[in-house]
Design a protein around this ligand. Structure first.
Ligand code: ATP
Ligand code: PRP
Ligand code: MG
Length: 324
């Protein structure tokens, strides 16, 4: 425990695998799987004290919840479904912009009069009256479903646990409706299902997640800081631009005001003679260029970075604040 390494859990299959690998690669974090591609453990090139565990998105949630892994990438849908006390057990460090999918309640398109969750009350009553049984909901999101249906005041139903091909359940007659994840809607459409108007239970995406229960040794902390520093520097770089220009030094005050107005910084100060260097949010770049032209700047160039290392970063701060 005192000097356990950092365990980093990475999706090894399914929808998140490719994007997760690309995400780490962008941050300059390259896996080495010493014993060939079927090895489920690896290391990070050039970052000591990290053990990489290649697991399914769902197993990553289990390991974060128990503390068997320190950091991992997985879907929020699985976190909310599989961990009852998610906010105690884990800290979501940042959403990653991939693996987007909604967990939804869907019913047969043929149910023309059923549009929202409240309408399910009538469906349930009808099934009971006519067939003497409960309305059945097929899903693998048992906990999310119970919570959401309770919030919507739907109580008269039964969950049929599904382990795959959930969308086929109504057609096969094993359930009346389903709760499942959807991205393009193609699978729902292929099974003649529609999402209820208020039936989006959760908008999920992949997240970088830390375990609050893992053994955060000094070694693990240092390794996590090294990993998060690279991830944050890549993100900071992607969201930033460097602007250089030639400007009359007498315009120093106007330049300082301009930088302040647009949230730009002058990393080398105001003392470069005619040379101006600004770091700015990518979104403000064209406005800043126009403003610079407005005060007489010339030969304005804009560059992107591969990495931008700040003295500290939000990811590391968030982690350290949480694990104390
Ligand atoms: N259609 C989808 N598009 C984008 N992301 C998805 C999609 N379906 C699932 N995901 C995300 O990826 C996670 C993993 O789902 P995926 O189906 O890839 O897992 P898996 O490794 O195949 O495991 P299983 O065998 O249980 O399905 C989901 O929980 C969700 O966060
Ligand atoms: O809205 P769509 O873009 O059609 O995507 C939705 C489908 O994708 C997922 O299944 P997946 O392909 O991962 O197969 P699985 O059920 O075997 O996990 C999910 O369980 C849906 O079935
Ligand atoms: Mg799947």
């Amino acid at each position: 425990m005192t000097d356990s390494p950092l365990i980093l859990a990475v999706p090894s299959k399914g929808r998140l695998q490719e994007n997760a690998a690309a995400f780490f690669a962008r941050a300059g974090l390259v896996f080495s799987q010493s014993r060939g591609a079927r090895d489920y453990r690896g290391t990070l090139k050039g970052v000591p004290d990290v053990e990489v565990a290649f697991l399914s998105a769902s197993e990553i949630v289990n390991q974060l919840a128990t503390g068997a892994a320190h950091l991992g990438i997985t879907g929020e849908d699985l976190i909310r479904e599989q961990i009852a006390d998610a906010d105690q057990a884990v800290e979501i460090l940042t959403p990653l912009g991939f693996g987007n999918a909604n967990v939804v309640v869907a019913v047969p398109q043929a149910w023309i009069d059923v549009r929202n969750m409240a309408d399910l009350d009538e469906v349930a009553a009808d099934l009971r009256a006519r067939h003497g049984r409960k309305m059945r909901v097929a899903t693998k999101y048992v906990n999310l479903t119970r919570r959401f249906f309770a919030e919507k005041g739907i109580a008269d139903y039964r969950i049929v646990e599904s382990l795959g091909a959930t969308e086929g359940a109504p057609g096969a007659g094993s359930a009346e409706l389903i709760v499942d994840i959807t991205t393009t809607g193609a699978t729902l459409a292929a099974n003649a299902l529609k999402i209820l108007d208020d039936g989006v239970m959760l908008r999920s995406e992949a997240n970088l997640v830390a375990s609050a229960r893992a053994p955060w040794s000094e070694r693990a902390r240092a390794a996590a800081t090294a990993v998060l520093t690279r991830i944050a520097a890549e993100e900071e770089a992607r969201e930033s631009r460097e602007i250089r220009a030639s400007l009359d030094p007498a315009k120093g005050q106007a330049l300082t005001a301009l930088a302040r107005d647009f949230g730009a910084v002058q990393p080398f100060g105001n003392a470069l003679g005619r040379e101006v260097v600004l770091h700015c949010p990518a979104s403000a770049m064209f406005d800043i260029v126009a403003a610079l032209q407005g005060i007489g700047a010339q030969d304005i160039t804009v560059r992107t970075f591969d990495y931008l290392f700040r003295p500290t970063n939000a990811l590391t701060e968030r982690l350290l604040k949480r694990i104390g």
